[in-house]
Design a protein around this ligand. Structure first.
Ligand SMILES: N[C@@H](CCC(=O)N[C@@H](CS)C(=O)NCC(=O)O)C(=O)O
Length: 224
């Protein structure tokens, strides 16, 4: 059976992506949640389970096969269970979905650094830095284009829930946490992702979690 190691559900955005990917695969899996950055973290991340990723989550074990890094996990599961579960069938749509997922994976550092994921808070709006504003504009442009060209009849970027939505899910939660204003089409898209059953499960579990990582709590937000 698949075994997925993830970090705190309240804070770990890459874990959310890996976990959504495994849920989307439809395969049964065992989930192991480890508290990031607690007093045992440095020791724990040196354990055999984390060696291949050099101590990062998510990391997925499929018996002796291991795959780490959220995007690689998506591709591994798409190979294993069928590309159509993750990527649009149409060539042009798939090209765009893959580009968007890759851009999400490699970019938007300002948004990620200044507005860390925190699912237990809704903070009042505050002025965004120039870098974050640029990230938000680019993300909204990508969403708008995907929805306009390939949104079809479904509510997701490429009609059905898939890899691109998985990659942007923690961006959506940041928009909510930090009350970042969105145009109407993006509100509708965000709502579709947030009410997806997999997201609902994750959000509920994050609320239940007791671990607190001070550096990701609101008084420090923007400084990490
Ligand atoms: N590029 C990786 C990023 C993984 C990553 O940075 N994970 C963070 C948690 S969200 C982590 O494991 N941090 C622990 C550490 O670096 O000690 C991915 O896509 O999965």
């Amino acid at each position: 059976m698949l075994k997925l190691f993830i970090g705190n559900k309240a804070y770990s955005s890459w874990s959310l992506r890996g976990w959504l990917a495994v849920r989307q695969s439809g395969l049964p899996f065992e989930e192991i949640v480890v508290p990031l950055y607690d007093e045992d973290w440095d020791k724990r991340r040196e354990g055999d389970e984390f060696a291949p990723s050099s101590g990062k989550v998510p990391i997925l074990w499929d018996d002796e096969t291991v795959v780490w890094d959220s995007l690689a996990i998506i591709e591994y599961l798409a190979d294993k269970t069928g590309r159509d579960r993750f990527w649009p069938a149409d060539d042009a749509a798939r090209a765009m979905a893959r580009s968007m997922a890759a851009e999400m994976h490699s970019s938007f550092a300002n948004l990620r650094r200044e507005h860390s994921m925190n699912l237990r808070h809704r903070l009042p709006p505050r002025e965004l830095s120039e870098g974050v504003q640029q990230d938000v504009v680019r993300i909204l442009e990508l969403w708008a284009e995907a929805r306009a060209r390939f949104g079809g009849t479904g509510p997701f970027l490429f009609s059905d829930f898939g890899a691109a939505d998985i990659m942007f899910a923690p961006v959506i939660t940041r928009f909510v946490t930090y009350s970042i204003p969105l145009p109407r089409f993006a509100v509708a898209y965000a709502e579709a992702v947030l009410t997806h059953p997999f997201m609902q499960d994750w959000l509920a579990a994050a609320q239940e979690e007791q671990w607190v990582i001070e550096k990701f709590e609101p008084q420090q937000a923007g400084k990490i």
